[in-house]
Write a protein that binds this ligand. Structure first.
Ligand code: PGA
Length: 252
């Protein structure tokens, strides 16, 4: 059975003491005992090693970076390498988030380089994909998402794929308060799983596929009840302990 996952993408929010307090409160409130689920916290780079230290003893709580460099090391001022993230205690890295694609013009080619870097340093990947509203309105949403995957994670081998979590995040739903309906999300997740099965056979059954985009404590239960939705990548609602814990509770 696939693990259920609630991943918190804190983006460029919280100062150091708030981030540590939130981590502490989430750890205190999250009871994973006898539940097949886990939490991933994605703070800003400077807090990673502190949060990794706090959560180290808890097997159900992991720490993700929000990006990594496509380069292994060297003269890339301001960049952070996968190896550095690993050495700071990160276990996962988010790649391909729509905000990186939009504001930093990241496309499949560079994302594939980042994926390779992350994998070579034993970081698991939360790989984001999703269509714009315009693409959905012109019926190109399935083709868009399939292409995003074909140019990146579908180029991996099955062993590498086992280190990947997909996050379907329709761009029009991120931070807008307008989530995809459970039916819309399930339809896309099913499509992603079907395409994965075409390439990787039964590996597809083990691939966690998260939904992201205005997921909150009110809509999480219905979204997570869908057969191909294995949890969520949560932005805004992950910044408050009660909201995030309620979402984690909805994992079932
Ligand atoms: P949101 O963000 O939950 O605030 O819509 C999700 C994300 O960008 O990962």
């Amino acid at each position: 059975m696939r693990k259920k996952i609630a991943a918190a993408n804190w983006k460029m929010n919280l100062n150091m003491s708030d981030a540590l307090q939130l981590t502490h409160d989430v750890m205190k409130g999250f009871n994973a005992v006898a539940r097949n689920c886990e939490i991933i916290l994605a703070p800003s780079f400077p807090y990673l090693s502190y949060i990794a230290g706090l959560t180290k003893e808890n097997n159900s709580i992991h720490v993700a970076a929000q990006d990594c460099s496509a380069h292994s090391h060297g003269a890339y001022t301001g960049e952070v390498s996968a190896q550095q993230l690993k050495s700071a205690g990160a276990t996962h890295v988010i790649l391909g988030h729509s905000e990186r694609r939009t504001y930093h013009h990241e496309q499949s080619e560079i994302l594939y380089e980042k994926i390779k870097q992350a994998l070579s340093h034993n970081l698991k990947i939360i790989f984001c994909c999703g269509e714009t509203l315009q693409q959905r309105n012109s019926e190109k949403h399935f083709a868009t998402v399939t292409q995003q995957l074909e140019e990146t994670v579908f180029k991996l081998d099955p062993k590498e794929l086992s280190q990947v979590i997909i996050a379907y995040e329709p761009v029009w739903a991120i931070g807008t308060g307008i989530n995809a309906t459970a039916a819309q999300a399930q339809e896309m997740h099913q499509c992603i799983r079907k395409e994965t099965r075409n390439k990787f056979g039964n590996e597809a059954d083990h691939l966690p596929i998260l939904y992201g985009g205005s997921c909150n404590e009110k809509n999480a239960a219905e979204l997570f009840a869908q057969p191909d939705i294995d949890g969520g990548l949560i932005g805004g609602a992950s910044l408050k302990t009660e909201s995030f814990l309620a979402i984690a509770d909805a994992l079932g």
